[in-house]
Every structure is written in structure tokens, then in C-alpha cells.
Design a protein around this ligand. Sequence first.
Ligand code: 5GP
Ligand code: ZN
Length: 135
Amino acid sequence: MKDKECIFCKIAAGEIPSATLYEDEDFRVILDLGPASKGHALILPKEHYRNLYDIDEETAAKAMKLARKMVKKMTDVLGCDGYNIVQNNEPCAGQTVFHFHMHLIPRYEGDHVGLSWPAGELTEEVKTEILEKMK
Ligand code: 5GP
Ligand code: ZN
């Protein structure tokens, strides 16, 4: 399924030009227009899925395999020191484009990419509650 209103559907299909790093029958990998660091890229499936809640298992697995391949190649190309993979689901989690995508964010020693959070505390109460509900 494609979504006529979706910008990432159009980019993935090649209807809107993009800086494409890789393409196959299922995915296009492009440079992000607002990069967190040099080489920040996005993996876009060619089919439309809103996010991880919507994507099928097989395509999700393929996306992760592709992420691994891209990270290894781009580490060589960019000479970066590490990588973050970020994948946002729904507005409260920072999703702004509602077509599944994975961010591949190269990291450089001493960069100021802000992907950290203040560590909370896992209380016994919360731990027990969640473990119970997961049964
Ligand atoms: P989200 O916040 O949904 O996880 O990420 C959306 C990402 O898409 C952002 O990092 C933003 O910079 C990028 N982006 C939004 N529109 C475009 C576009 O038209 N072209 C490209 N290459 N990136 C885009
Ligand atoms: Zn789409």
C-alpha cells in the first residue's frame, strides 16, 4: 500500500528526488534533510506503514538487516566512531513523519548529538507490576 498524501512514500518511490545512498525493491536509504550529525540517514520502506505498530514482521526484520549493512559500510565511508539507530513511534515519542523509518545516526567522539536522558530508578513496585502484567 502507498499513501498518496505521504511524503516518504513519494521519496521512496523516487517521485520526489532525494540523496539516495542505497535502493532495492523494498527500501530506499536517503540522507536526512535535518541531520543530527554528518551522514545521518533514513531507511524508508517502499510500502507505507505508519510505524512499528503497523509494519509487518518480515519487512521489519529486513529493515534491521539493512540497517546493519548500512552502518558497517557508512562507518568505513564516514570514518565515524559509532552509531545510533533511532526509530520513533507516535508523536509523544518524537515521530513527525508518519511513514515507518529508521534513523541511522553516525556518532563522532566529542560530538554533541543529544540522545541521552536522565536515568530514573526502577522501584520494586514498578518492577513487580510490569513483570506481573507481562505474564
Ligand atoms: P521523525 O521525527 O518522524 O522520527 O523523523 C523525521 C525525519 O525526517 C527528521 O529527521 C527530518 O529531518 C526528516 N525529514 C523530514 N522531511 C524530509 C524530507 O523531505 N526529506 C528528507 N531527506 N528528510 C526529511
Ligand atoms: Zn508513506
